[in-house]
Structures are given as C-alpha cells and as structure tokens.
Design a protein around this ligand. Sequence first.
Ligand code: KDG
Ligand code: MG
Length: 412
Amino acid sequence: MNIDKAEVIVTSPDRNFVTLKLTTDDGLTGLGDATLNGRELAVVSYLRDHVVPLLLGRDAARIEDTWQFLYRSAYWRRGPVTMAAIAAVDTALWDIKGKAAGMPVYQLLGGASRNGLLAYGHASGTTLDELVDSIQHHLAQGYRAIRVQTGVPGLKSIYGISSNATFEANSGVRYDYEPAQRGVRPKEEDWDTRSYLRHVPAVFEAVRNEFGPELPLLHDAHHRLTPIQAARLGKSLEPYDLFWLEDVTPAENQEALRLVRQHTTTPLAIGEIFNTVWDYQQVIREQLIDYVRSAVTHTGGITHLKKILDYASQYQIKSGMHGPTDISPVGMAAAVHLGLAIHNFGIQEYMQHGTKTDQVFQQSFTWKDGFLHPGDQPGLGVELDLDEAGKYPYTQAYLPYNRLADGTVHDW
Ligand code: KDG
Ligand code: MG
C-alpha cells in the first residue's frame, strides 16, 4: 500500500480551501485539509514543492513514522504552514487506513466514547435585538449551545458580527459570518477595549434574562486583551455562567494566563492559533486553561492533536476543537471522528458550510438535534468532487486587522 499519487487541490466554492488527496498503488484514496485562512498558497507550495516529492513510494500504512519523518527531517519545526501541511498528510493517511480496514476512523482511535458531539453555533448582533433574533434563529436550527458576539457602541465593525442575523432565510447560504474578505488588501476594523469591557457584561445579563440559566453560552475575546483586562472580563462575566471565554489574551506568552486564572473562575479556552503540544506545555501543566481549541487542520493532524488532548486529559482539560468555516469539511470530519473517540471531549464548534462547499465535498457526518456524528463509512467519510472543485478557482482573500482610534495596529 504505497503512495502512488499526491495532488494538492485548491478550490474556492464559498471560500478558499486547500486539500491534499493521496492515492495508493492499490487504488485507495485519502483526503487531508491544509487550509490556512488568508495564507493558503504558502501551504500549497510547502506541500507541492517540498512534501509531495517525499511521499511518493512511501508506505501509506506508516502514519506515525511519516509524521515523525516530515516533522524532524525538515529541521525547521513547528509554525502554521509546516503544521498544516503535516496535518493534511496525516489526516489523508488516517482516511486511507480506515478505508483499508473497512472502518470509520473513530473505530481506529478506540471506538465511540459517546453517542454524538455537542456542537455550538455562532450567534451575533450589532444591537441586542439583532443578537436575540440570531440566538433564536440558531436555537430553531437545532443548536443547543451558542457563542455570543456583540457589536460595541461606537465601533463600526468588529470581529464576530454577522451582517445577516437570519442568514439562511435571507440568503440561502448557511454560513453566517466570514471574516476573510475577498480582495487584494485586508479590511481595517476598529477597536476600543474600554468600551468593549463596559458593554459585554450588560449584553450577557440581557441574554441570560431572555434565555434562562440552562443554555450553554460561549464568548470569544479573539486575543485582544492584556492579562489584567482579561482578568476583569472573566470576573465580570462570572454571574452569567459562561461555558467558556476564549482567547482572552494573545497567549504566545503562556504565562499571561496565570494572572487571569488568579482572578476568575470563568472557564478559559485557548489554542486555535497554536500548532504543537509545545505551545500548550505550560498552560496544560499549570492548568491555566479548561479547553484546548486546536483544529486537526492546524495542529499536525489527528496524530498530533490526539497527543495534545491525551496530555490535557491528565489535567481534566477537555477538547473544544476549532470549527469555523475555514476548517474544510475534511478537517471537520477529522475533528468529529477524534471527538467521538476521546474521553475528554468538551464541545465542538460548528458553523456549517455554504451550499457550494457541500457540493464540492460530499460528507457523511451528520448534525441532528444539536449533536454531530461522523457516520460509519470507512475512513473519514468525505469525498471531493474534482469537477465541482474545478469550477471555483482560488480567490485572494485576507483576514481583517484592527486599528485603535489613534491609528495603532491592534490584535484582531
Ligand atoms: O481564520 C480565522 C478564524 O478561524 C477565526 O477568526 C475563527 O476565532 C475563530 C473561532 O473561534 O471560530
Ligand atoms: Mg476563536
């Protein structure tokens, strides 16, 4: 079962996706997601120019060995581009192994630890009325856990706010928020931390009053706060019992979270921009977080994310795998297989892709009554329709960035 062919497929149905397709000499195929939002072509080149030539002729059954070979033989380790490329190879090899065994990937990982994965969706509104509508809309769709992002008075455009609160009814497109804008320059958004810190607790109070104490609510601060500001936010949100508060600080500096932890019992989630277990070393060992936010796609694949999550499990830290629309259906399927198998599953982010994306990627994972299940097809259960993919060429797109009122660039 040697790798005979390795293709890197770039397609842009509702947004850009990079997919690696491996084919073995006995005709089995495997898919891996290598999408790095806004920097897609860097991973394409890494794969096409530096990884594909090394894969041809390798034994597709040797997943761990291939992972170690790609990680160590490059000498230059870690980083989002390298780890997305390795993730794509790793995921494709798990897909192939599942097909060779005639089993879904979650069975190879130890079998199901639960019946399905609780998934959260993204509600947002510029005003409280819009936000309440958006939450109601998500509940009507079947979501049982909701991320709440709110506009802030005085700020025109900020992270996480959909321009269309009732997206499906109006547009026929299921995804409600896509920050990466097509174009040749990133969009500039604005930010003011003091206004944000004043406004957010009032919004959560109103949401709790409207929807009651049971509904799991989440919030993403998207790396924009200093440790002391993050501590204040966590403390001020305690009465509203958040499921988690995400990315309160940039956290390249893992130590920053010590201060946050000393001041608040609001659960913390972090890691969507982390790539390896080394990024988590201190925050896991010191129990500075409650949820690991990494995606299979950005963290070296199923093999490496499982190691991170096994390490986290020793400290009662659970998974909260990243699942916005920039994780392709292949990356989502990998997350759902892994989440079903591990014991320390927490929650799964699930935004739903647009209709064109669903035509390019045929998926067997299901979402019913608020829960995801990977299905029982051998492998990952996702196939890529090359003809459909070919209809949508790559389109340049960038994530936005923030400036403060005085013109200073700020974390987005
Ligand atoms: O590409 C950037 C997105 O993946 C990120 O902004 C989404 O923060 C995000 C989330 O929690 O889904
Ligand atoms: Mg996030």
